[in-house]
Design a protein around this ligand. Sequence first.
Ligand SMILES: [Zn+2]
Length: 53
Amino acid sequence: MQYPYKQFVGLLGMSDTVWKCYRCNLTFKEDQLAEMHKSISNHSVSKIKTIVA
Ligand SMILES: [Zn+2]
């Protein structure tokens, strides 16, 4: 069985998840903020992982 890459990465649990708007080049640490930005600006916001050293 094959798993999507994102799910596999999620198993590691060592990184922060942030939401990024590529149109504004903004990142949001809270999903509520990302959702708000999405609804206000009608931009698409992508969930990304950042590695914390
Ligand atoms: Zn935006």
